[in-house]
Design a protein around this ligand. Sequence first.
Ligand code: ADP
Ligand code: MG
Length: 270
Amino acid sequence: PAPLSDHGPARVVALCNQKGGVGKTTTTINLGAAIAEYGRRVLLVDFDPQGALSVGLGRLDPRELDLTVYNLLMQRDVTVEDVLLKTDVDGLDLIPSNIDLSAAEVQLVGEVAREQMLARSLRPVLDDYDVVLIDCQPSLGLLTVNALTAAHGVIVPLECEFFALRGVALLMDTIQKVQERLNDRLVIDGFLGTMYDPRTLHAREVLATIIDGFGDKVYSTVINRTIRFPDATVAGEPITRFDSSSAGANAYRELAKEVLARWPLSDHDA
Ligand code: ADP
Ligand code: MG
């Protein structure tokens, strides 16, 4: 990808699948780090009360954080600058999360424009970044609707395993409703096969089914299942750093190229 002469406004992308364990958080952290390696300014938003993204970026005990995305959403006097954290990776910043966010789902219900709270909160910093990646929680509730309302695009990680497509119709339905009612610029950027084991017929069949269903919306980069990934949360940094020349790190660099190449140049400021 060509270097940028200037930064922003950011393209906002939600990583979304209401199934847990499909690689949303792993993809957010490593895709984000790989895009940052290409000289883009990247903001990662941990939007899961589990805080796995925050842990994966070195916030080993997110419960100790004073201010998180929860405060940003719910307190009008808290600004995005108050909650932003630098990471050890150049060009990669984080808005962290912790268990406090689990209360937001209920508390947001009483807010005016409750679906737009995240979009509003992020708006002041969009010009400072080229890319914002939102790591969604495994549900289709109000937090995920907030992420979809704030986004230009959605990336859907799919585990190349039994039942990969179970629940995807419901996800597509939710995306379409958000598009119709709240955010008409929203598009599906792509589907990403994860945890792929090229040695098993089963995984190859599942990947073929995914491609059958979604055609060229499926990234040609596929993330193999490798034992190097579970260490990421222990390492507290992206695999592009703790094992920079590994196959996993290179797969996310390939994905980053593909993701950047697919983005329309014109809809950033839509
Ligand atoms: P999600 O955010 O969708 O719940 P995660 O990214 O947290 O999924 O991944 C679930 C678990 O699988 C984590 O322990 C993670 O380290 C591991 N994992 C993710 N991607 C891979 C992979 N390509 N190969 C092996 N393990 C992986
Ligand atoms: Mg996760």
